[in-house]
Design a protein around this ligand. Structure first.
Ligand code: SF4
Length: 291
């Protein structure tokens, strides 16, 4: 166990940063490591509990996000949240007192997602406590937002549900959604609205929102010209079919029908959801190391 001095020495000095893409727009970000991983001490974590096919083509499991120093910084952010949520919330509130954040935009999670109910509630308290700062996010935590955010959202919070996750099936016509398309032409052809000119269009511009896929050959290969929503729907259908076959085979053999959890059934198109119990007892997604 770390002593208090060791813990504070490992904490990030600044919680909110800017990257090359968002700095010109004046947007600050708070970032966690994407999807799942392992801390240097061997313990594991999951940050995107409802990632689906997106985990096979995630921008944040590629390039600069995987540089050891960058990943270590994002992991330090996560360790702060997991190890001392109240301390993290106090530090975020203190940082947001700075005048540079008055009327500024904060993107919650350049990568990662709302990893627990407590963490989401901490963010909601932060937003309500800093009404002159504006916050937005993409999220795949549909059911969590249905119960915790939608009934009474902070006035200074905007969000968009991003498709390609395990809870896509919960989304309907009334929801603001963003989908990843192969290119700008396919966004326009579908009658969706590109956010290429500004990330804020994802929450402020016309909906539904189209995002052009990253131009990374291996990601393009697995996406295979599909929108992430189509890819997810095909994967869900393959998983349901596999479960049905398993059930029928059990019945034919006169065996008791055991129901594996749907999200543990791998399909050729989606090996990502394999669950592994590890030392921490956390649910860990076996990352295909391809994002
Ligand atoms: S694309 Fe998927 S895996 Fe990547 S950060 Fe977003 S939710 Fe997580």
């Amino acid at each position: 166990m770390l002593c208090p001095d060791e813990r504070s020495a490992r904490r990030p000095k600044r919680l909110l940063t800017q990257n090359r893409r968002l700095r010109p727009l004046g947007i600050f970000t708070w970032t966690l490591p994407a999807l799942a991983g392992r801390f240097p001490d061997g313990t594991t974590y999951v940050t995107c509990r409802n990632a689906g096919v997106c985990s096979q083509a995630c921008y944040a499991l590629n390039g600069t996000y995987r540089i050891p120093g960058v990943l270590a910084r994002h992991q330090r952010n996560l360790q702060f949240v997991l190890g001392d949520l109240d301390g993290w919330k106090a530090a975020m509130l203190a940082e947001l007192n700075h005048s540079r954040y008055r009327h500024a935009w904060i993107r919650i999670h350049d990568s990662g997602d709302f990893l627990s109910l407590e963490y989401l509630r901490a963010w909601l308290e932060i937003m309500r406590s800093r009404p002159s700062t504006r916050f937005y996010c993409y999220t795949k935590e549909v059911s969590l937002f249905r119960t915790e955010v939608e009934p009474d959202p902070p006035d200074n919070f905007w969000w968009v549900y991003s498709l390609g996750g395990k809870q896509d099936h919960l989304l309907g016509d009334g929801d603001r959604v963003a989908d990843v398309f192969p290119d700008e032409e396919s966004i326009a052809a579908a009658g969706w609205n590109s956010q290429a000119a500004s990330d804020l269009l994802a929450v402020l511009g016309p909906a539904p929102v189209g995002i052009r896929a990253n131009n990374i050959a291996r990601f393009r290969a697995v996406q295979a010209g599909r929108r992430w929503s189509e890819w997810q729907a095909q994967t869900d259908a393959a998983r349901r079919a596999k479960l049905a076959r398993h059930r029928n085979n059990s019945v034919e053999r006169g065996e008791a029908v055991t129901e594996p959890r749907a999200d543990t059934v791998a399909t050729p198109d989606d090996p990502a959801p394999e669950l592994t119990g590890r030392a921490t007892g956390e649910r860990a997604i076996q990352c295909p190391d391809s994002l």
